[in-house]
Every structure is written in structure tokens, then in C-alpha cells.
Ligand binder design. Sequence first.
Ligand code: CTP
Length: 395
Amino acid sequence: MSLSGREVVLGVGGGIAAYKACDLLRRLQDHGYLVTVVPTPAALNFVGKATWQALSNRAVYSQVWENVAEIPHIHLANNADYIVIAPATADLIARIAHGRADDLLTNVVLASSAKVLLVPAMHPQMWLNAATQENVETLKRRGMVVLEPDNGRLTGKDSGPGRFPETSRIISEFAEFTGASSDLLGRRVLITAGGTREAIDPVRFIGNRSSGKQGFALAQAAAARGALVHVIAANVSVPIPEGIEVSWVESAKQMQSDLEERFPNCDVLIMCAAVADARPAQVNEQKIKKDSLGSLSLVATPDLLATVAASKKQGQVIIAFAAETSDHIAQAQEKLSKKGADLLYVNDVTDGAVFGSDLTHGSIIDHSGIIARFIESSKDTLAHELLNQVVLRLS
Ligand code: CTP
């Protein structure tokens, strides 16, 4: 479904993330939306009217006292199909929650029946403050959609929840909000998640630190964009979102047989799981006593991705993941070619970072080089950007 040509009011609050809203405006225009920017007077301290007017090609006002003859708040309120407020500061959220009408944007919100999406961005303590949280609850109760801010580094040294999400995530969430999220409609997306375990005896195993968070972030994002999602999950420790089919496996061997069965029928394979590279040569049926645990003989497990990629049909898209601690891009480039994938996300896992975290640090590459870099971005943001890349390749 295309919503191209729809009118959007982009409300901009007075926070440093106002400059990131310039990119959001551009991307909304790329999707065909007609955007009028309504900054609060405070927002103009960060990005001036001239920038908004030049980017939107439209007149920009922030007070009801400008261009009074046209009664801009009523005109904008009636004309808007959607209102997006990004960044929504603590003060702006409070004013909307209390029905205030002390600048053009709050007047428009109050006078409009358009659907409203808020993208909060502020210092973590302001976001977590009971006053802000109660105001957010009030807005949600009234039917507005309030995005969870990203968790990560803020403008200063602090980090935590309150970061303005990457534009790609806001665009995807906006597509979901408008009902236009159909870019993966009916596509079959197969995802492996978590980390395999290779039994040594009934008690012990060889495993890894993968939690499954990234795999399920991808699953949720793909489902939100209309895909039919199946996850092959190995030992994950995260809640399973609704609407996603899951098969549970333990070892690389079990993952391989499930993967080989499902791969021919998928449009997209995302190999997010950390597959053990080796397993004990034999599994002891009895618990091995500690005195006999001196050494372990291992045999290599097959490369699951390379095996299925060898039978890749035209039109199928494959994404690999890699975890590296040094020389990331060169190693990743080699893996991409060797394994027959179209795209690869390379995680920088120096010091065990990334595992179990909500944040990720790395780069998406394809055969021509780096496509995007992520520095302490949320796994949801990465998920949506990877899916954007998938959509480009599927079409
Ligand atoms: N992979 C796989 N089968 C394996 C090992 C890895 O399918 N036996 C997949 C992973 O799911 C991932 C990609 O290959 O998508 C890269 O995994 P990674 O562990 O980074 O690379 P390895 O091939 O295991 O190489 P190394 O451990 O030597 O870095």
C-alpha cells in the first residue's frame, strides 16, 4: 500500500536531536510524503527556520501569531493525515499531555484528529522520571503512539535510554504506524538465532555467548514489515515475540537438518546464530569424572551457511553475521565471499562486547565494501537497516 502524497506535519521539539530530524524530513519526502515542519520556538535554537523552509519547500511557522490571516493551526490540523513529533522533549510531552496550546505545534496537536506518533529524545533521567513516564502513559491512553527511545550514548558522556533512534528505525516504525509497512509482505524470512551447544557429556557442553537478542530483533522487525518469519532458535534467553514461528534446536547438527529442510522455501535467510565450529569427537553417555577431563578431542562441524548457500536459487537473499576481534572488515570481506552470502554484518566483539547487550557495534558490508556503520546502536535499528538492504535486493 502506498501512502505517497499524504500530508504529514513534522513537529520538532527543542532538543539537540532536532538536527537529526532534518534527515527524517528528507527520508519522509523520499517515501512521497508531503511534509510541513512545525518547530517549537525552542527548537529554532538548534535548527533555524531557513533550514526547514529550504528542506521542506514550504513556509515554516512556530507561533500562532504568524500569518494569522490563514489561521495556520486550524489549516494544518485539518490538512494533516499524520503528525510526527521528533524529537519529542520532556517539556513538549508534558505540554501535550496537559492539553496546553502555547505555541503553533501544541495548537495543531490539540485541534487535529490526525494520528500522532511521538519520538522522544532526552537525557535518560528525564525520560525515566515518573512525571515523564506518567505523561507518556497519558498520551498512549489517548491513542497516540510513543516510540521507545534508543538506549545508548547521548550528546554528553552519559549513556542510557533517551537516544533519538536512527532515521531508518523511525521510518520503519512510521510505516507500521500508517499501515504502510508492507515492503516484506508475504516474504518468507528464515532466521537462525542464539548459539548452538555441543554436548561433552549429559552435564557439560561447548557453547558460546550468543543470547539470541539480535536474531529476535530481526524476527520482530521482519514480521512488522509483513514477512512470514520462522526462527530456528538455539538456546536463546530472550522473550519470544508473538506472531513468529519458532523451532528449537540445541546443536549445530540439529540446526543443520532444520535449516536444510526450510532453506529451499525461503526468500531470505539471515544466519544470525553463532554456530559452534567444533564438537567433541564423542559424547560420553555418563558424566565424565573431573580426573578424566584433562583433554578433549574435537571434530569440526560443517559450515551450515556455506552448505545451504551452495544451493541458493536466484532471487534468494542471504545475510551472514560475523564476530571478529581484530582486522574486522578484511576478515568479514573474506567470509562474505567464502560463504556465498549477499550481505554480512560484522560485529566488533572485542572484550565480549555485544553478547547479551541491547546495543551493537559493527558494519554492514556487501561485495563492494562497507554499506553502513553502527556505533552503539540498538539491535532494532540494525535489524531495520538490514531489512532495508534486503528489500533493495529482493526488488
Ligand atoms: N556459520 C555457520 N556454520 C558454522 C560457523 C558459522 O553457518 N559452522 C555462520 C554463522 O551463522 C555466521 C557466519 O557463518 O553467519 C560467520 O560466523 P563466524 O563465527 O564469524 O565465522 P566462522 O566461519 O565460524 O569463522 P571463525 O570462527 O574462524 O572466525
